[in-house]
Ligand binder design. Structure first.
Ligand code: HEM
Length: 311
């Protein structure tokens, strides 16, 4: 291959790395905003996060974005590995953003190692939550809450009673015995019969919660995440907490440090590779890149630490 062909192919690779890298930065912002709902205290946070996770898993436009994310991660990683090998074999053709060796920072020269560590993190991370939520054959907990539900007391008097109910994808509640789990029907009672019975005794009856309904309940990803990073051994969703929670927290915090350094170089470098540079533009991009590289991983890291300390 001629020198110019190597150069042009390495420029093309850098261009794709920049494009996929910036797309992944957008993914990070979206993922962070969604995950920050894990910090909302109490049942409101649990509802908000589980509703968000359900939306993300079922909305067709989001599904498309998810596939783009997976492709971008693979493309970015493979392209990065190829560029590193190519650079080692041929004369060193580094990111246009870089200055000669002595002026570059250690993390600018370690992008391949940092990137590999992030890839290991993503693979482990997707196994931790994404695989469990989507493909694992293990039964997944459903979002359960305690609320009032109408029941018949003695003497045909309708009363509200505290019961455990599943929070449904319609945003209402149904008694635990009436939930229809996705892909698996678990239906024990006819709700129409219950309503009819109540209406005969007390036509003006208004329950404090919604009337019993048959619906699909939310997967309780919130409890799964809390059990993963939490040390509490009792869990209302019936899933045990992780005895290695401290190791999980340390691994996530370390990975966010790695991500910070990768972004510290990568963000500004991407703009440079796309030819978006200039006397005024480059310092501004560097500043925004540094802020992004610190704030986004720091907020991500805060989530496992917060859960570990509060659960
Ligand atoms: C430390 C805080 C983080 C938490 C609590 C967290 C939590 C989650 C959860 C619960 C899921 C599963 C969502 C679902 O399948 O419905 C998920 C998916 C995912 N996470 Fe994270 N995450 C964190 C950080 C990160 C970081 C820093 C990255 C990338 C470097 C990342 C990359 C991904 C990817 C690629 C998916 C699959 C997304 C999809 O299917 O569209 N996560 N995360």
């Amino acid at each position: 291959m001629s020198k110019s062909a190597i150069l042009s192919s390495s420029i093309a690779k850098k261009w794709w790395m920049a494009l996929t890298g910036l797309f992944l930065c957008l993914f990070l912002v979206g993922h962070l905003v969604g995950n920050l709902q894990l910090l909302i205290p109490g049942v409101a946070g649990k509802r908000a996060f589980n509703e968000y996770a359900f939306f993300m898993a079922t909305n067709p436009a989001i599904k498309l974005l998810s596939y783009l994310t997976y492709i971008s991660i693979l493309f970015h990683a493979i392209d990065g590995i190829m560029l590193t090998i190519q650079n080692k074999k041929a004369r060193p053709v580094k990111y246009a953003y870089e200055r000669p060796e002595k002026n570059s920072k250690w993390y600018s020269r370690s992008m391949a190692i940092l990137g590999t560590l992030i890839l290991v993190f993503i693979a482990t991370h997707m196994q931790n939550f994404w695989w469990k939520a989507k493909y694992s054959s293990e039964s997944f907990p459903l979002h359960k809450e305690v609320l009032y539900d109408p029941t018949m007391a003695e003497g045909n008097k309708v009363v509200d009673e505290e019961v455990e109910a599943y929070y449904t994808t319609q945003g209402s509640y149904i008694p635990v015995s009436q939930v229809e789990v996705k892909n698996k029907t678990e239906l024990y009672q006819s709700t129409a019969a219950i309503k009819e019975q109540i209406a005969q005794i007390d036509p003006s009856y208004q329950s404090k919660g919604d009337n019993p309904k048959v619906a699909v309940a939310y997967k309780d990803l919130h409890s799964v995440v809390y059990a993963f990073f939490g040390v509490d051994k009792t869990n209302e969703a019936g899933i045990g907490a992780n005895s290695l929670a401290i190791a999980a927290v340390v691994f996530y915090v370390f990975s966010m440090l790695v991500l910070a350094y990768h972004l510290m170089h990568g963000f500004a470098s991407a703009f440079q590779s796309l030819g978006l540079n200039g006397k005024k533009f480059t310092p501004a991009i560097k500043l925004i890149g540094n802020i992004f590289a610190i704030v986004v991983p720091a907020l991500f890291a805060m989530i496992p630490v917060y859960i570990f300390l509060t659960k």
